[in-house]
Design a protein around this ligand. Structure first.
Ligand code: GAP
Length: 445
């Protein structure tokens, strides 16, 4: 399967099975926007839950915030985004189409009509709107281009309310908006995206150690998501390509079907943001140090390590890694080999025949029992059992459980046992319901 083909299959499966739909579809769409459907919502929640567990809840040094998307525009002036959050834009003098200059193969020629391209100019990617009934410049506000802004501006609130000791971090998941010149590649480059970000505050001398710790955790997260290690790469970003706030950045890149591209970023933001916000707001954003292990200085502005992970790019990497096709002697079986932890549905329960009330009743009992392990236990009694398995394979359900006449006691020694079928191997085994519950629990924990 070539990579273009793989991308088309992923996009098609995502729509057909309710993972991801084009945004505003019945009106012809809106470039750079996608909607998550019923299964996409579950997958997204599971990815975010895993991140929250590993990056926030399993640690004693992390705090959460959920800041407003609309913020005082002075924040984006101080952070440097009003002046510098831009991409190079060129316009074709003939067809008037606009392109991102650094994405063009031939910098002088329009890729659409071959016409000459004009001067490159910087295009600010922040979406602007107005707060309140006035529509002049004084009412301009921006949709946040990164969730980080709401973390830095709440630094003092978290310190004053929680009294954390350095080093500590603040984590946030939320929407960010970027008016990308050329949104593309499904949910890879969006205008409305979700980010999972940590700002981790350290003493200036401790930044390298913290950088290494977060770097390791990002690899562990990739592993927990089921991304193959050989498809995740690190790129040391050269100084001229780094964001204005960063003294060191590593891009985590992934081998997407359309090439090796940025998946996540890890940056050393120094004290750039806290210092800039303290300066612009006139509010002191310092840490009062009483611990000699942290350093000699009494009061200083902490430095920051920032692991920043796009949710949508993560989901695309997960789908691309999990997509499989098996040739079953002429018939192709498509399945998603999702890690059970993040699979939207953990198991499907089914009566062998839907017109046998005693089988249906018993299967409902089994499902109710398994729902005590996890709520995402599906029911399917449509079509033959093979078709039910195929439907679950396609959405990545790790287990299928079938209730048959042996469950009811037709073969006395098999009474109260069910068939457990494994997604990846297709293998089946006969187990008690309690054993099935234990298998599901072990797989998702
Ligand atoms: N706070 C730092 C920051 O925002 P970034 O490298 O611009 O840094 C961080 O973005 C992550 O957000 C990226 O590594 C990527 O996962 C995701 N991301 C950025 N722009 C995106 C876009 N247009 N569409 C989807 N995800 C995007």
């Amino acid at each position: 399967m070539n990579d273009q083909n793989l991308m088309e299959k992923i996009v098609s499966l995502a729509k057909r099975r309710g993972f991801v739909f084009p945004g505003s579809e019945i009106y012809g769409g809106l470039a750079g926007t996608f909607d998550y459907g019923p299964l996409g919502v579950l997958l997204k929640e599971n990815v975010e839950r895993l991140w929250l567990t590993m990056f926030r809840d399993d640690r004693d040094d992390m705090y959460g915030v959920d800041a407003a998307i609309l913020m005082n525009p002075k924040i984006w002036e101080a952070s440097g985004h009003v002046a510098g959050f831009s991409d190079p834009l060129v316009e074709c003098e003939k067809c008037k189409k606009r392109f991102r200059a650094d994405h063009l193969e031939d910098a002088g020629k329009c890729p659409e009509c071959g016409g000459a391209l004009g001067e490159v100019r910087q295009f600010n990617m922040m979406f602007k709107t107005h707060a309140g009934a006035t529509e002049d410049e004084s009412a301009t506000v921006y949709l946040r281009p990164e969730t980080a802004g709401g973390i830095f501006t709440n630094f003092k609130n978290v310190v004053d309310s929680q009294h954390p000791k350095l080093p500590f971090g603040i984590a946030q998941i939320g929407k960010a908006f970027r008016n990308e010149i050329a949104p593309r590649d499904f949910i890879f480059r969006l205008r409305e995206l979700s980010q999972m970000e940590v700002e981790y505050f350290v003493s200036p001398a401790a930044w390298e150690q913290a950088f290494e710790e977060w770097r390791k955790l990002m690899h562990l997260f990739a592993e927990a998501l089921g991304l193959p290690q050989e498809h995740v790469h690190e790129l040391e970003v050269p100084a001229e390509d780094r964001a204005h706030y960063s003294k060191r950045t590593i891009d985590f890149e992934f081998d997407y079907p359309f090439g090796r591209k940025e998946l996540w970023g890890l940056a050393y933001r120094t004290d750039f943001d806290l210092a800039a916000h303290a300066n612009a707001s006139g509010v002191e954003l310092a840490y009062l140090n009483e611990d000699p292990q942290v350093g000699e200085e009494k009061k200083f502005i902490p430095h920051v390590i920032e692991p920043s992970l796009g949710v949508d790019r993560t989901i695309l990497a997960v789908l691309a890694s999990a997509y499989r096709e098996d040739d079953m002697g002429g018939e192709v079986r498509t399945y998603l080999a999702l890690a059970p932890k993040i699979a939207p549905v953990k198991a499907m329960v089914s009566p062998l025949l839907k017109n046998k009330p005693e089988l249906v009743e018993k299967a409902h009992e089994v499902r109710a029992e398994l729902k005590k392990v996890h709520p995402a236990i599906a029911w399917d009694d449509n079509g033959n059992i093979g078709k039910r398995y195929r439907r679950q394979d396609e959405i990545g359900t790790p287990f299928c459980v079938t209730v048959d006449f042996d469950t009811l006691g037709e073969t006395p020694e098999l009474k109260d046992t069910v068939t457990l079928r494994h997604r990846d191997s297709g293998e089946q085994e006969r187990l008690t319901v309690a054993e099935v519950a234990a298998r599901i629990r072990a797989a998702i924990e």
